[in-house]
Structure formats: structure tokens, C-alpha cells
Design a protein around this ligand. Structure first.
Ligand code: NAD
Ligand code: TDX
Length: 351
């Protein structure tokens, strides 16, 4: 089948990796990237594919129904890969409504339009919703999130994502819209915006600035290289069953403090600094409000049904990621100029 795919949020971190993969791997598909270019969206992330004949960028907002409607009319999409979102938990704590607008209203707007356009022929159509493990809540020391774990979102971000997941399922059950959802654990890798833990600390180590660890640094996240996430989306998009949910994760749990120590060690080596120099930059700051303790994904269903498993060991993925940032300081300088400084002041100087 020759798809015409609407990717939303393709100029963001995960969206840009997904867009690149689909544009290069499937020259027979037509890929349209719809992105509002918020602070997190950056066309520099897609420079290497911007002139590919099967790729088009359109600037626009997923909450603008008339605009999205015209796009469906013009391109006659056969599938949607929905990545666009407000994605940073800390920002959701200071501005929850922005998360309701894009993550809930934006998703329902897309669902509604896809339903109308596809209603006469659902054959070969797919609305693929990219979601997060945070919808399942927070774990204690034991256990994993499976696809059957009840939803228990606890931040404005995860609540908005949980709500969007519920709407996607509601459109499947109520209108037979062909949908798939995947819920992934924390990603890391190139083009990650330096408001998130790993790229923020890479940037601060480079600039010898403090490394702010929330609380005691005991919170645990399950990290997956972004390239492995988008490979999983590719497999699920082509082979997954409609109406199903697939969890994606790397079985790779780290306490925040340990991950930052590993990062410091690797960066000291790469920058020719004395061992231990960057670790001295670590400071413990006021904890995130409602900070989820531990996330851990059980990705057995995806492995058993579709044969996917992660390709990279974490230390190797982290090393590749650091190398990318060291070789792309211009990208880092661009995204950390202007508004980023204001964000940083407000976010960290109150702690
Ligand atoms: P990101 O913040 O890097 O990128 C989001 C993109 O969406 C940006 O390009 C932004 O401009 C665009 N966007 C935001 N609002 C929009 C709107 N109203 N209309 C059109 N475009 C808009 O996010 P990310 O980390 O790449 O996350 C992508 C998706 O994956 C999100 O749905 C997120 O919930 C999910 N996810 C992320 C992670 C992670 O670790 N980053 C893990 C699991 C799931
Ligand atoms: O400065 C910091 N200090 C710190 O200790 C920041 C920014 C974070 N942290 C902690 C909070 C978390 O326990 O590090 C951990 C990771 O934080 P983030 O990078 O903000 O990610 P997280 O909150 O876990 O959410 C991420 O994973 C799931 C993504 O941002 C979400 O979009 C995704 O759904």
C-alpha cells in the first residue's frame, strides 16, 4: 500500500526521528509533517531530508479544525502518526491549560476530522497515537507497567496524555475508527530539547554549570534510545493490530543520580577533563511537585507479537548521544538562546 501519511509534531524530538525514518525508508509514501513550531519544534532537526521529493512541511496548529480539514481535503491522507504534544512535565505544572489545549483538544480535533474523511472507506486507514508510560502512574520498587495496568496519571502532562488515549479508544469503539496506541518509556538521543534531564545536563556540563537533581535523585526512569522507539513505531504501524495498545521500553532502569554520574564520567573522558570534575557540578534542588517515583515498562507483548526488541545498550546509546551534542554545538547554541534563558531562570532560580 502506498500511504499518504500526516505526521504531526514532526519537527520535535521524536517526531523528527520518525519523519526521517519514514521519508528515507519508504520513498513510495508521501509524508506531510504538520507542526506548529512551538519552542520545541525546530526545522533544523530535519535539514537532511527537507528536499526529499516525498516530504512536505506545513506549519499549523492541530487545534485549528478548519486548517486540518483543508489539509485532509488536499492530501487525502491514508494514515496519521500523531506525535504533536506539549511534552514537558515541569511546564505542565506551571501551565496545565496549554497541555489540555494541544494534547486533548488537538487530539480530538484530529480524530474527529479523520473519522469524517475516512467514514465511507475505512480500509487501509490508520490513526496511530504516540503516547507515554506516564499514563500508568508511579511504581514502587517492584513491578512493571503492562498494557493492562489501570491508568493513574498524576501530573497535568500525564493526565492530558491519558485523556487523549481515552479519546482515541473511544473513537475506535464508538465509530470503528482504526486506531493503534503505543505507550513508550523515557527517550534519549540526538535533537532532544535541553529542558529534559539528559540534554540539559549535557549542555550544563559543557558550560560547567550546576547539574540540578530534583529531590534526592532516587527517582527511576526506564530509558530507550529514540532510534529504537521509532523503529518500534515502524513495526507497529505496519504489523500491529488495530484497536490494540503496545508498550515500548528498553528494560533499562536508572536512578536519576546514577544516570547523571555515568554522563559525567563519559563526558569527562570525551572532553579530556579530570575524572570527577563534572560530578562536582551536581546540586540537589527542590523536588518536582508530585514527582512520580518509578516508571518501568514490560514490553513483552511487542516482543512476542511483533518481534521488536531494542538494539542499543544504554552506555553505547548515551555515548552516541553525547558525541552528537559535541558535534552539534551550533544546534545546541541555537535552541538555548532567546526564550530558553527566560525558561531556565524561572524554572531553576526559584528552586
Ligand atoms: P517535543 O516537545 O520534542 O515535540 C513536540 C512537537 O509538537 C514540537 O515540534 C512542537 O512544535 C509540536 N507541537 C506542539 N503543539 C502543537 C500544536 N498545537 N500543533 C502542531 N504541532 C504542535 O516532544 P517529544 O519528546 O518529541 O514527544 C513526542 C510525542 O511522544 C508526544 O506525544 C509525547 O507525549 C510522546 N512521548 C515522549 C517521550 C519522551 O521521552 N520524549 C516518551 C514517550 C512518549
Ligand atoms: O532538571 C531536572 N532535574 C531532574 O532531576 C529535570 C529536567 C528532570 N529531573 C528528573 C525528573 C525525572 O525524574 O529527571 C527525570 C527525568 O525528567 P524529564 O527529562 O523531565 O522526563 P520525565 O519527566 O520522566 O518525562 C519524559 O518521559 C516521558 C518526557 O519528558 C515525557 O514527554 C515522556 O512522556
Amino acid at each position: 500500500m502506498n500511504h499518504i501519511i500526516l505526521i504531526t509534531g514532526g519537527a520535535g524530538f521524536i517526531g523528527s526521528h520518525l519523519t526521517r525514518l519514514f521519508v528515507n525508508k519508504y520513498p513510495q509514501y508521501k509524508i506531510v509533517n504538520l507542526d506548529k513550531l512551538t519552542y520545541a519544534g525546530n526545522l533544523e532537526n530535519l535539514k537532511d531530508i527537507e528536499n526529499q521529493p516525498n516530504y512536505t512541511f506545513v506549519k499549523g496548529d492541530i487545534t485549528n479544525g478548519d486548517f486540518v480539514n483543508d489539509l485532509f481535503e488536499g492530501y487525502k491522507f491514508t494514515a496519521v502518526l500523531h506525535c504533536a504534544a506539549e511534552s514537558h512535565v515541569d511546564r505542565s505544572i506551571s501551565d496545565p491549560l496549554a497541555f489540555v489545549r494541544t494534547n486533548v483538544l488537538g487530539t480530538v480535533t484530529l480524530l474527529q476530522i479523520a473519522k469524517e474523511y475516512w467514514k465511507d472507506n475505512l480500509n487501509g486507514k490508520l490513526f496511530y497515537h504516540i503516547s507515554t508510560d506516564e499514563v500508568y502512574g508511579s511504581l514502587g520498587n517492584n513491578g512493571f507497567f503492562t498494557e493492562e495496568t489501570p491508568y493513574d496519571p498524576r501530573s497535568p502532562y500525564s493526565s492530558s496524555k491519558a485523556s487523549s488515549d481515552h479519546f482515541v479508544r473511544a473513537f475506535y469503539h464508538t465509530y470503528n475508527l482504526p486506531v493503534i496506541i503505543s505507550n513508550c518509556s523515557n527517550n534519549y538521543g540526538p535533537y532532544h530539547f535541553p529542558e529534559k534531564l539528559i540534554p540539559l545536563c549535557i549542555n550544563n556540563i559543557l558550560n560547567k554549570k550546576p547539574l540540578p537533581i530534583y529531590g534526592k535523585g532516587e527517582n527511576v526512569r526506564d530509558w530507550l534510545f529514540v532510534g529504537d522507539h521509532v523503529q518500534a513505531i515502524d513495526v507497529i504501524f505496519h504489523k500491529g493490530r488495530t484497536g490494540e495498545t503496545y508498550n515500548i521500553g528498553g528494560h533499562n532502569e536508572w536512578k536519576n543520580i546514577d544516570i547523571i554520574k555515568e554522563l559525567c564520567k563519559q563526558m569527562d573522558e570525551k572532553l579530556g577533563r579530570e575524572n570527577g570534575e563534572s560530578e562536582r557540578l551536581i546540586i540537589f534542588v527542590k523536588d518536582r511537585a508530585g514527582h512520580d517515583m518509578r516508571y518501568a515498562i514490560d514490553a513483552t507483548k511487542l516482543k512476542n507479537e511483533l518481534g521488536w526488541k531494542p538494539s542499543l545498550q544504554f552506555e553505547e546509546g548515551l555515548s552516541k548521544t553525547i558525541d552528537w551534542y559535541l558535534n552539534n554545538t551550533e544546534w545546541l547554541n541555537h535552541v538555548t538562546s532567546g526564550d530558553y534563558q527566560n525558561y531556565y531562570e524561572t524554572q531553576y532560580h526559584k528552586r
